[in-house]
Design a protein around this ligand. Structure first.
Ligand code: XMP
Length: 528
């Protein structure tokens, strides 16, 4: 295991992902974690970047005990400064913030041989820099292993111990050889074995679920048709069969035919026992006249909890009845399954507390408050790409495994203005055409998320020799690694043309289509 100490950089989770991609298990923990509190013995430690300067009064610092260990340490950006600061080097603000691409010259200056960290990577490497401070002198017993035009100590190594510091960010894709640098550190220098694979995970996790759940007791869980809840549900089914029961709530703001498709896939193809509850009327009536996006989210979240709990109560009533009859092999409802992923866990353990809420994302976290159930989260160690691999291994159909994320509040936050059945139908059709054409053009897997938005304006158009006054659809397609930042997708013009002409021809009430060319930031992915 590699321990990654998080000093608050926006890239910290990417370091963890890069290690996992090398099949090495890595855990991210707050930088304030004490060595004595670790539940495992790391083979190496990586110190992340940070928005702070090591000299700030409130700067985060690591337990000094880690620098006395004999295991390898790699400090990245702030991590380099933290290393130097602890080992008495000199850090200072530089005249200008360095941000963007840079070229690092690699060598063991003066001695000729390249350090193990950079072995085989050539003489020069393109990297991504983002820092305000930099090192002004070497800590004692260190030497330079890489420099840029502006940073004479861009990479340093200890003369005899496996201690390294690099100013640049190897974890981002803008550093093309970054992954290899991390690989040199993790595999060569730390000697980690590459045994973190989803094949191994499945067996271990199924055994763990069986042990946690014991021989009796039912587990219930919500499924949405998304990758995470489907994979979690299938894993539970593999582990405890029909003691697991999935519930899907149709909230009336799903994509076209979604309820039906999920039912077919989970129930028929995957054999998971599933109840689909059509509560669309209830949701739509509670949403009537609401325009504020946060209020829409809250109403949908709360209504979801009401409906789910009512359904869970029915399952519990059956279990109770079986118990009375003496045929209670499956037991009572004891557990609630949640498809929590590692990024949610990371967010909740950050040393700064959860990051500022820009939008309240609806999830089923509120469920546990009233239902006296224990929580089971089989995916809480995994990143999304790992969940996808797991899905494939569990024979979940490829189109589902690759599915774009879909927000909990669904089309309600893509209808700008009040949500009505009529508006939902218009958006469902437009959205369906958009996704259909993307799939036909074989572009679905290149795009991270694509959807249509129904704007609350009317525009003038012409049809035959009549004026029309109808609504506008905005299309949005983005590429993103983690949805913290995103770029709009550049479509070939003929595809946009076909999509636009199909939407204006086939969707009644729409006479105009626009394409959203804003990146995040400053925009967000969703419009609300
Ligand atoms: P934003 O709009 O914040 O979206 O840039 C980033 C990602 O989050 C999804 N999203 C949501 N997911 N409930 C969800 O479950 C929500 O309320 C919600 N709002 C945004 C969005 O679809 C994108 O993938």
């Amino acid at each position: 295991t590699i321990l990654i100490l998080d000093f608050g950089s926006q890239y910290s989770h990417l370091i963890t992902r890069r290690c996992r991609e090398l099949n090495v298990y890595a855990e991210l923990m707050p930088c304030t974690t004490f060595l004595q509190d670790l539940h495992f013995k790391p083979k190496g430690i990586i110190l992340s970047g940070s928005p702070y300067s090591v000299y700030d009064a409130d700067a985060p610092h690591a337990d000094p005990a880690i620098f006395g260990l004999s295991i390898p340490i790699l400090g990245i950006c702030y991590g380099l400064q933290e290393l130097a600061w602890n080992l008495k080097g000199e850090v200072a603000g530089c005249d200008h913030r360095e941000y963007g691409h840079a070229s690092v010259q690699i060598s063991r200056f003066g001695e000729g041989s390249v350090d193990a960290l950079f072995e085989g990577l050539g003489d020069e490497m393109q990297v991504w820099m983002s820092h305000g401070d930099q090192l002004h002198s070497l800590p004692p017993d260190f030497h330079v292993i890489g420099r840029t035009q502006t940073a004479p100590f861009a990479a340093i190594a200890h003369n005899s111990k496996p201690l390294y510091g690099i100013q640049f960010h190897p974890e981002v894709t803008h550093s093309p050889k970054g992954k290899e640098v991390i690989s040199r550190f993790v595999i060569k220098i730390c000697g980690c074995r590459r045994n973190w694979t989803m094949e191994e995970f499945i067996g271990k996790e199924i055994a763990r679920i069986r042990e946690i759940c014991g021989p009796k007791g039912r587990v219930i869980g919500a499924v949405s048709g998304g990758v995470d809840s489907t994979v979690a549900a299938k894993l539970m089914h593999e582990a405890i069969g029909d003691r697991f029961h999935a519930i899907m709530v149709d909230n009336g703001v799903l994509r076209l035919n979604e309820g039906k498709q999920v039912n077919e896939m989970l129930n028929k193809d995957l054999g998971v026992s599933l109840t689909v509850v059509d509560a669309s009327d209830l949701f739509l009536s509670r949403l009537e006249g609401i325009e504020d996006p946060e209020q829409k989210r809250m109403i949908i979240g709360n209504t979801f909890i009401n409906v789910f709990e009512a359904e869970a109560a029915k399952i519990e009533a059956v279990a109770e009845e079986e118990e009375k009859q003496g045929s209670d092999a499956k037991g009572r409802v004891e557990w609630l399954l949640q498809g929590t992923l590692y990024p949610d866990v990371i967010e909740s353990i950050s040393f700064k507390g959860p990051s500022a809420t820009i939008k309240t994302h609806h999830n089923v976290g509120g469920l546990l408050k009233d239902m006296k159930l224990k929580l089971i989260e089989p995916l809480r160690e995994l990143f999304k790409d790992e969940v996808r691999i797991l899905g494939r291994l569990l024979s979940i159909p490829a189109p589902l495994v690759q599915r774009h994320p879909f927000p909990g509040p669904g089309l309600a936050i893509r209808i700008l203005g009040p949500v009505t059945l009529g508006q939902v139908k218009i958006l469902q059709q437009a959205d369906n055409i958009f996704i259909e054409e993307i799939r036909k053009a074989n572009l679905y897997n290149q795009i991270s998320q694509a959807f249509a938005v129904l704007l609350p304006v009317k525009a003038v158009g012409v049809m035959g020799d009549k004026r029309t006054y109808e609504q506008v659809i905005a299309l949005r397609a983005v590429q993103s690694e983690d949805f913290m930042t995103a770029d709009w997708y550049v479509f070939p013009a003929d595809i946009l043309k076909r999509i636009s002409s199909r939407i204006t021809n086939e969707v009644n009430g729409v006479n105009r289509v626009t394409y959203d060319i804003s990146s995040k930031p400053p925009a967000t992915v969703e419009w609300l």
